[in-house]
Design a protein around this ligand. Structure first.
Ligand code: MTE
Ligand code: MO
Length: 314
C-alpha cells in the first residue's frame, strides 16, 4: 500500500489526539481516491481498543482532547467544570462489574474486561450538546447498547431501561458532600426503543484510548440526540423495567428537566435558550451556532417520537 503509516513517528512523541487525527487524515485521503482498506492505528493506541470508524460518525472536526477531558460535568467529583479532571483519579475502575437485570430471561453480571473482548468496538464521532448551552464533537470508542440488552433477552413486558452510576462515597467526594448536589446514586432512563436504537452506545474509550475517569470510566452511556445529562457515567447497573424509571435531573427539578430531554431548539429550558449553542474550544470570540433538532440526528431518530407532542414530553 502506498499510504504512509503513522508509525513512522515515534509513539513516545505523539499524543492520542495526534495519532487519531493522523489516522483520520489517512482515512479521508484513502476515501478520496476510493481505497477502502483499513488503516492501521499508531502504536499509542491500546490493542484492546482497535476500532474501525462507524458509518454513524459526523464529519465535523472533533473537539481537542484537552477540552473533552478538562471541561466536564460529573457531579460526583464536584460541580465545577474542572473538578472532575482534578478529582476523578480516586475512582477505582478495575475490576468492574456491570449488572444487567430486571425483566430479562438471562440476567447477567458482565465483567467489563470480558465484555470488551467479546464485542466489536467502533469509533463513533458524535456531537454532545449540554443543556447549559455548550457543545463538543467527541470521538468515542464503544459498541451498541443493544448488544448487551440482546444478550440478557428482554421479556415482552420490558418497556424501559434504567441505569445507575456506582455509589462509592469513599472514592467520590461529591457523594460525601454535606449538601449533596444531587441525590445519589445518579440514575437515568430510556424507553426500550431508544435504548435499542443503533445510535445509542456504551462508550469505553475516547480518541482511541481507554476512557479517562472524568469522562465516565470504565463504561458510560452516550445518546447523541439527547442532552448530555442523559449520558450517565461509570454505570454499574442496567435494569429492564415496565414502568418509566426515575431520572436524576427530573427528580431534582421536574419543571426544568423532563424524562425525554431530546435536543430541541424550539423547547427552551426555563433558564437557558436552546436555540443556539457555543462550541467548546473554538476561542473566546467563537460565534454561537444554531442548534439542530435532535442534535442533527433527526433523520435517524425522529420516527421514535412520531405523533408525540415534544413540548409536553420534553
Ligand atoms: N454519573 C454522572 N453522569 C453524568 C453526569 C454526572 O454528573 N454524573 N453529568 C452529565 C452531564 S450534565 C453531561 S453534559 C455529560 C458530560 O460528559 P463528558 O464530561 O464526558 O463531556 O455527562 C453526564 N453524565
Ligand atoms: Mo450537561
Amino acid at each position: 500500500m502506498f499510504i504512509r503509516k503513522s508509525a513512522a513517528v515515534r509513539s513516545s512523541e505523539i499524543t492520542p489526539q495526534e495519532v487519531f487525527l493522523e489516522r483520520r487524515r489517512l482515512i479521508m485521503a484513502a476515501a478520496a481516491v476510493g481505497i477502502s482498506a483499513a488503516i492501521p492505528k499508531g502504536g499509542a493506541v491500546a490493542a484492546a481498543l482497535q476500532a474501525v470508524e462507524s458509518r454513524y460518525s459526523t464529519d465535523e472536526a472533533p473537539t481537542a482532547l484537552k477540552h473533552i477531558t478538562n471541561y466536564n460535568n460529573y457531579y460526583e467529583f464536584g460541580v465545577g467544570k474542572e473538578d472532575p479532571a482534578a478529582n476523578a483519579h480516586t475512582l477505582t475502575t478495575k475490576p468492574w462489574t456491570l449488572a444487567v437485570d430486571g425483566l430479562a430471561a438471562r440476567p447477567t453480571d458482565f465483567h467489563v474486561e470480558d465484555l470488551l473482548s467479546s464485542v466489536a468496538l467502533e469509533e463513533r464521532i458524535y456531537r454532545l450538546r449540554c443543556v447549559e448551552g455548550w457543545s463538543m464533537v467527541i470521538p468515542w470508542v464503544g459498541f451498541p447498547l443493544s448488544e448487551v440488552l440482546g444478550r440478557v433477552e428482554p421479556l415482552g413486558s420490558a418497556r424501559y431501561v434504567a441505569f445507575e452510576t456506582v455509589l462509592r462515597p469513599d472514592e467520590m467526594p461529591g457523594q460525601r458532600a454535606f449538601l449533596p448536589a444531587l441525590e445519589w446514586p445518579y440514575v437515568e432512563g430510556l424507553r426500550l426503543d431508544e435504548a435499542m436504537h443503533p445510535l445509542t452506545i456504551l462508550a469505553v474509550g475516547l480518541y482511541g484510548e481507554t476512557l479517562p475517569n472524568q469522562n465516565g470510566a470504565p463504561i458510560r452511556l452516550v445518546v447523541p440526540w439527547k442532552y448530555g445529562f442523559k449520558s450517565i457515567k461509570s454505570i454499574v447497573k442496567i435494569t429492564l423495567t415496565e414502568e418509566q424509571p426515575v431520572t436524576s435531573w427530573n427528580r431534582q427539578n421536574p419543571r426544568e428537566y423532563g424524562f425525554y430531554s431530546n435536543v430541541n431548539p424550539e423547547v427552551d429550558h426555563p433558564r437557558w435558550s436552546q436555540a443556539t449553542e457555543m462550541p467548546i474550544g473554538k476561542g473566546l470570540f467563537a460565534k454561537r451556532k444554531p442548534t439542530l433538532l435532535f442534535n442533527g440526528y433527526a433523520d435517524e431518530v425522529a420516527g421514535l417520537y412520531a405523533g408525540m407532542d415534544l413540548r409536553k414530553f420534553f
